[in-house]
Design a protein around this ligand. Structure first.
Ligand code: ADP
Ligand code: MG
Length: 544
């Protein structure tokens, strides 16, 4: 039973905020449920913490869980939790004003009382509209709440316009119950199926049981919040399969946390394979963004550079306010910071792998090398670091043995004038027997061999590496010392030959005498490759 109600005004900022929320802040109305469920989860966490501090739970304490019940008849949705609950003052403070966040206060208290913060990490709330999101779908919201251990409960009621009502209420269970009278056009949220898919999408990692119309929803442990050494290989495999909806095991797992400059907990998986090699459509990003276990954005495009789309995983940052809509997050400098930090971490992981497990790395490269090459020509910020990861066949190494640009630089000889030479050819055999190679072979200069338009494009795009410039072996100006007995034409004859050549072969711009050839009479140099021109055109039009 509810006692006599007092009408109270929302704080001015709250009114303003409610206006904004109702109109535009969230693009997806459905996130209101994720906000309420995350509040319920926070409240349960706080109750657990309170019980820890006071020594033991009160006897007959109700199960720690969250119940969501939709009723199509009355077009209502009810969310109940057995969490810490709110006193009258807390209802006023937490639901009537926005200048402070309950979770933030709680955290401050916690910090003052004890140093241990593993429990506290779970309840860091962000100043935000969280609860108010409910007014996107509600005509009226009634909150029944009673703090654990308190005698009297309270009832808070509002239609989200300028004011709310507050009254004492008896018979209220410890915890919080939120009854939402849905807007007629939002009646979907009263159906079990709709609620279920919403919960699975946004709240599948909540750490407490969730029951929809009495039925338990399967939730999955948020293993990324655990310490790196607390998660077994099997748990990773299971989790990987869950988030990537696949059946294989991850090839590599990168599980890490950092506190500065931003708090991040993340797991990235490199799968065994990818589908793009079969010529199938471009893969979507496989990494989801969370804030304290609650989904902010699935398959986020802004978390990592696009070429890292072969990764699967999760990123959780409590520094991300839940209340930011996708639009406003777009240009947030926070997102850029996160992205840059993450991408560096992934590249570092691959570099370490290449160093410590060459065999494993080469297998990875064989499958995913195309993404790294894409990284070199699309990701300006990381280009130099990604280039360290490239591997090529070389004229001086064994067939199929790949070398890095650093290997190559380590073997450079003075005659090559600090240039990294590469040659495009259809096959290794044709490269090695081509006239372009003659001078290099004679001078024992190593040449990297590339066999595809993409590789050629990477080479021309990279331009320099480690302070050395990359140069096509075709255009090299290398002179080879001729054996003493070699004959040459006199000046008149050679002029005549040059003139004849220009006449006889269409499209020749210039004919030069050169001493770079050993066995072949002539080669064409300085021609622009049609494949590079094609790639340039594609990149410029945005479809490499
Ligand atoms: P935030 O969760 O970011 O603090 P919200 O607007 O989501 O912001 O919630 C405001 C405050 O209201 C919370 O910090 C919490 O103190 C209180 N609150 C909301 N829902 C509940 C609940 N189910 N149980 C207990 N307290 C709640
Ligand atoms: Mg909240």
């Amino acid at each position: 039973t509810v006692g006599e109600a007092t009408r109270m005004e929302f704080q001015a900022e709250t009114k303003k905020l409610l206006d904004i929320v109702a109109k535009s802040l969230y693009t997806d109305k459905e996130v209101f449920l994720r906000e309420l469920v995350s509040n319920a989860s926070d409240a349960l966490e706080k109750r657990r913490h309170a019980a820890l501090i006071s020594g033991s739970e009160v006897e007959g304490a109700p199960e720690m869980a969250i119940w969501i019940d939709g009723d199509k008849e009355t077009n209502t949705l009810t969310i109940t939790d057995t969490g810490i609950g709110m006193s009258k003052e807390e209802l006023i403070e937490n639901l009537g004003t926005i200048a402070r966040s309950g979770s933030k206060n709680f955290l401050q208290q916690l910090d003052e009382s004890e140093a241990n913060s593993s429990a506290s990490a779970n309840v860091i709330g962000q100043f935000g509209v969280g609860f108010y999101a409910v007014f996107m779908v509600a005509d009226e919201v009634t909150v029944y709440s009673r703090r654990h251990g308190a005698e009297m409960g309270h009832c808070w009621k509002s239609t989200g316009d300028g004011s709310y009502e507050l009254a004492e209420a008896s018979g209220v269970a410890a915890g919080t119950k939120i009854v939402i009278k849905l807007k007629p056009e939002e009646s979907n949220f009263a159906t079990k199926w709709h609620i279920g898919s919403n919960i699975r999408r946004y709240s599948s990692f909540i750490g407490f049981p969730i029951k929809i119309n009495g039925e338990r929803v399967d939730t999955v442990e948020a293993i990324w919040l655990k310490g790196k050494n607390e998660v077994t290989k099997e748990q990773h495999s299971e989790f990987y399969r869950y988030i990537s909806q696949s059946f294989d095991d991850p090839r590599y797992t990168l599980h890490f946390t950092m506190d500065a400059p931003i708090s991040i907990k993340a797991i990235f998986y490199i799968p065994e394979s990818h589908v793009e090699k079969w010529g199938m459509a471009r893969q979507e990003s496989g990494v989801n963004l969370y804030c304290r276990k609650v989904l902010i954005e699935a398959r986020s495009k802004r978390l990592l550079p696009e070429w890292m789309r072969f990764l699967k995983g999760v990123v959780d940052s409590e520094d991300l306010p839940l209340n930011i809509s996708r639009e406003s997050m777009q240009d947030s400098s926070l997102m850029q910071k996160i992205s840059s930090v993450l991408s560096k971490r992934v590249i570092k992981f691959l570099q370490d792998l290449a160093k410590n497990d060459e065999k494993g790395y080469l297998k990875f490269y064989d499958e995913f090398g195309q993404f790294l090459k894409e990284g070199v020509y699309t990701d300006f910020n990381s280009k130099a670091e990604v280039a360290k990861l490239l591997r090529f066949e070389s004229s001086t190494s064994d067939k199929k043995q790949l070398v890095s640009l650093d290997d190559y630089i380590g073997r450079m000889v003075p005659e090559q004038n600090d240039k990294i030479y590469w040659l495009l050819a259809p096959t290794r055999e044709s490269a090695l027997s081509s006239a372009y190679m003659e001078a290099f072979t004679a001078k024992k200069i190593e040449v990297l061999l590339v066999y595809s338009a993409v590789d050629e494009f990477v080479m021309t795009n990279l331009m320099t590496y480690g302070g050395k410039s990359l140069a096509s072996a075709e255009n090299a100006k290398l002179d080879v010392d001729k054996p003493a007995e070699a004959e040459s034409l006199d000046e008149a004859d050679s002029k005549a030959l040059q003139a004849w050549f220009k006449d006889a072969v269409a499209g020749v711009k210039d004919v030069r005498l050169s001493s770079r050839l050993v066995n072949s009479p002539a080669i064409i140099v300085g021609h622009e490759s049609s494949s590079v021109r094609r790639m340039m055109a594609m990149v410029e039009s945005g479809t490499p």
